[in-house]
Design a protein around this ligand. Structure first.
Ligand code: NAP
Length: 352
């Protein structure tokens, strides 16, 4: 009888330990997030605070955070020039080492110099500092498209991935498919009365995109989930892969509009790329060569699939349908820097 009682007490204690220990582990851990002001970075900051981590959001400019303070409430803000190695070291001078350093840094343009400055050098500064200052884990926001590296930013990312693998630090390299907001720009155009632009027959560029909130949660799971340590993790959202045509059909269905399409041949990209490349080389012009790279980025995102298929490579609750519904309620939602050019260009043309 006494033994039975003792076993019950032990069981209760064990259960209590199982429930409390992950909470304690989370509460005491400190997480530094570089690129905290970016689209994914700010969601990682918000989730990190919500999950009880002591959160340090590292930004280049802390003067304009008021407009997005909802993401930074509860986080400690550190101002830092990530391109300067010494300044990055200063961001690590806190009383205890970070348990996890997360980099969501990314060049805002994607052109060669900027990519190597931010996606490689600045991120490499963070890797070096994490190692020197005994951070326990490095988590990198990379991209699934580095599997087929044709673009400068992909080459820069692969260099930093290699450095992380060689650093002997515990790491998780997260390679997401497309972000939902990045494939939503045409929703804004359709709302303005434009037809949906399809490259080729619209069957290209399949993806199962991931929502920002799901990606942020996945990245933070890399801290406590040991199965995600020392792994390159390709991750997409919960949908089956959908083509551009299927994405368009979904938009027209949700807006209750008659589908209208323009088909643009993919060869147009090659024409523009080759023209800028030739002009750039002939006139030794960096800005024309940068335009050629922007054309390559455009072609890549109009033609290449970004898909994960295995069950463990699909994550999250937000589907593309959910995202479009929310974006429609928000008059088109947020859009990303690459597609913004197209949006502004077409809207300006329509006004004039
Ligand atoms: N878009 C997609 O569909 C997709 C899919 C898979 C993976 N990814 C990858 O996800 C990553 C992050 O994407 P995102 O949309 O969150 O990026 P983002 O919004 O452009 O954020 C970039 C971050 O880097 C910082 N940064 C850029 N240039 C800087 C500079 N010169 N000095 C200091 N800080 C600088 C930005 O700071 P400021 O706010 O001060 O500019 C910002 O915090 C990228 O590497 C991308 O390749 C994207």
């Amino acid at each position: 009888m006494a033994l039975h009682c003792c076993n019950r007490q032990l069981l209760v204690l064990l259960l209590l330990y199982c429930v409390i220990s992950p909470l304690l582990a989370t509460a005491t851990k400190r997480v530094a997030i570089f690129g905290a002001s970016g689209y994914i970075g700010r969601h990682v900051v918000k989730q990190s605070v919500l999950q009880g981590y002591e959160t340090y959001a590292v930004v280049r400019d802390n003067t304009n955070l008021d407009s997005c303070s909802e993401y930074f409430n509860g986080a400690n803000i550190i101002k830092c020039d990530v391109t300067n190695e010494k300044d990055v070291y200063n961001a690590f001078v806190v009383d205890k080492p970070y348990d996890a350093v997360i980099s969501c840094l990314a060049s805002r343009s994607g052109v060669k110099d900027d990519s190597f400055l931010i996606d490689y050098h600045a991120t490499s500064n963070c890797v070096k500092a994490a190692k020197i200052f005994d951070a326990k884990q490095f988590i990198l926001l990379s991209a699934i498209c580095v599997r087929k590296p044709l673009l400068q930013f992909q080459k820069a990312k692969l260099l930093v991935e290699k450095e992380i693998l060689e650093s002997k630090m515990s790491y998780s390299i997260v390679r997401p498919t497309a972000f939902m907001k990045s494939i939503s720009v045409q929703l804004k155009l359709v709302l303005q009365g434009f037809p949906y632009i399809l490259f080729g027959d619209g069957q290209l560029c399949k993806c199962n995109p991931i929502a920002e909130i799901d990606l942020a949660k996945f990245m933070l799971n890399c801290i406590n989930d040991k199965s995600k340590h020392n792994q390159i993790l390709e991750i997409g959202g919960p949908d089956v892969a959908i083509t551009k045509k299927q994405q368009a059909d979904l938009i027209f269905e949700l807006l209750n509009k008659k589908p209208k399409f323009i088909h643009i041949p993919v060869g147009l990209f090659d024409l523009l790329i080759n023209m800028f490349e030739w002009l750039g080389n002939t006139f030794d012009s960096k800005s024309l060569l940068d335009n050629a790279e922007l054309g390559r980025i455009g072609k890549y995102y109009a033609t290449e699939d970004m898909v994960t298929t295995l069950a463990q490579e699909k994550y999250g609750e937000v589907t593309m349908r959910d995202h479009y519904i929310k974006a429609i309620q928000n008059a088109g939602g947020e859009y990303d820097p690459y597609s913004m050019y197209l949006y502004d260009f077409l809207i300006d043309k329509k006004k004039s």
